[in-house]
Design a protein around this ligand. Structure first.
Ligand SMILES: [Fe+2]
Ligand SMILES: [Fe+2]
Length: 224
């Protein structure tokens, strides 16, 4: 859970967005890995990275807050959720008084965050920050909690969840690396925590085998 002092938006209209987000997500418990807390954590991490790379926070903050807004809805699909979330965000942003030009940039950032749309080169700095912050929420204590809840919804036991999780982490480390040095530095501690958890659940031998098959000789080599 996020401490109250950590959720304060830093832009004026960010407060309006947050209250609309809370209203929209009320009673949505379908997808605990993409609930309100996920958005709040991604906001916090994203603002930290955004400040370090000079992102436009008026665009970045609402994008961080709304990037998966549609996901807890029953009808949401992983493949199209970035597009659908951008659509819903447009409605919310209009309500919160954002100008058309701003809405365009914010929604574009949201559309770009999904790994199904990783077309390198066309991403602006805000899209890259959102991408990094979202990935970072996949590791560390919160990342583990998200995997456990995902495993429950899919009927997996702990070992199956850990094997899937390790596979995802190695995938990101190989093919979906973070953009910014500041993001990589933030991710480091979380990666260690997550790999330790996987090793404990899978056992040393299975863990080392999967690591090797993924092309890594040791846990220390795994970097985002
Ligand atoms: Fe997403
Ligand atoms: Fe997300």
């Amino acid at each position: 859970m996020i401490a109250l002092g950590e959720i304060n938006p830093i832009t004026e209209r960010g407060w309006l967005v947050l209250s609309e987000l809370e209203k929209f997500m009320k009673n949505d418990e379908n997808d605990p890995a993409h609930d309100l807390n996920h958005h709040l954590r991604v906001r916090k991490t994203g603002i930290e990275i955004g400040k370090s790379v000079g992102a436009d926070l008026e665009v970045l903050e609402p994008a961080l807050l709304l990037h998966d807004v549609i996901r807890p809805k029953e009808e949401a699909k992983e493949k199209t959720h970035a597009q659908e979330s951008a659509k819903e965000a447009e409605r919310i942003l209009k309500k919160c008084g954002y100008r058309n030009e701003e809405i365009k940039r914010i929604c574009n950032t949201i559309r770009n965050h999904s790994r199904t749309d990783l077309s390198e080169g066309k991403k602006d700095v805000e899209s890259k920050v959102l991408y990094d912050a979202d990935k970072i929420d996949g590791v560390g204590a919160d990342g583990i909690r998200r995997v456990i809840s995902l495993g429950k919804t899919r009927g997996w036991n702990a070992k199956k969840s850990a094997a899937w999780y390790l596979g995802r982490i190695l995938d990101v480390a190989k093919n979906e690396r973070l953009y910014f040095a500041s993001s990589k530095a933030i991710a480091r501690e979380g990666i260690t925590i997550s790999l330790n958890w996987c090793e404990r659940v899978l056992g040393k031998e299975k863990f080392a085998k999967q690591l090797n098959e993924g092309g890594f000789h040791s846990a220390g080599e795994v970097e985002f």
